[in-house]
Design a protein. Sequence first.
Length: 389
Amino acid sequence: MKTVSVFGATGSIGQNTLDLIKRDPQAYDVVALTGGSNVTQLAADAIALNADVAVIDDPDCYAELQNLLSGTNVEAASGSAAIVEAAKRPCDWTMSAIVGAAGLAPGWAALEQGKTLALANKESLVTAGPILMDHANQHGATVLPVDSEHSAVFQALIGEDIAAVERIIITASGGAFRDWPLEDLPNASLAEASNHPNWDMGQRITIDSASMFNKAMELIETKEFFGVRPDQIETIIHPESLIHALVGFADGALMAHVGPHDMRHAIGFALNWPVRKDLPVQRLDLAAIGSLNFKAPEAARYPALQIARDVMDEGGLMGAAFTAAKEQALDSFIAGDIGFMDMAPVVAKTLDTMTSRDGLKNVKMTLDTVNEIDQLARVRAIEITKTLR
Ligand code: NDP
Ligand code: MG
């Protein structure tokens, strides 16, 4: 039996992970499940899977969690420190699927066990990629990508020499506004931005797909995970989202990973790795699909892509500042304080002030400095947001 923990169990990736675990309950022994505030879902899954512990981030939900778990064998806990504690419980396979920078600390703690971390939380790599991968190596832990593009690249690289890789192309759906007239984008509403053309995901990543901040993070994620140069990483709009990524080799060959838009594929690959097992995903009928399309992303529609290039060139703690500024700008858009096309300028200006005022280049990357820069960037982004009102 494989012991497993799922961080962010109540979210979109978390629920897809639990779906796979529930299909084969004899194969898994569930250690910890965590949620943010969805206490009903967390308790129901913890009971159904007989987890050792269920942790809810929001302390206001603790009493309810205790109540829902009373009379069961599942322990209840709450708060971000308890989530990190849960990540230290011995476990063979841990899913990191908390959204945002909050996912870094539990993933970091889980790596110390020297086992396997399935990493959906791309923010961990964007904010702290170099020290996170070092930390994994030091503890002999394995990090497996769960983001569909990175899982695709990982799979295309099996048996290959990374030195023979010329380029990596990650595809993008283009998001909710790929066909909108450019002049309409500033007026895009929250509801319109929260509606993904192909994938069913959490609200934040869906809006990040419309703005391509998601793809921007994924460019950085590619650099950090696979250790390739920024100029080797490309993105292309592929409206069907069936090819997830392509790896180009020194001989000109392109290896493409093709599959349905169902995250259970990438999650299941990481869950079963290094073997492949049957997964409950659709088998593609290529004749019915007929054609696959590609288009270069327009810079004016997707300013986040250039910001990601600047972040990769700058390196170091710029990724932490970028993630935090992006999260703050997204919060402001969700709250209705700024428009859809204001998010990129807020992030770009935040990064400019961080470079000029805070001299990020001279600060060594540690978990503490990553957190400090994260907090500072959020404050700066709020200041900049106020100037827009
Ligand atoms: P969701 O918003 O659906 O779920 C996020 C999860 O994190 C929920 O369990 C939520 O709890 C929990 N959570 C939120 N804030 C906190 C916090 N401060 N502390 C602890 N837990 C918290 O997100 P997704 O599942 O869509 O995404 C999860 C991660 O996976 C993200 O990093 C995303 O970029 C990445 N990813 C997602 C994909 C997808 O298809 N959804 C594809 C590729 C990557 P609750 O709901 O109980 O409040
Ligand atoms: Mg992705």
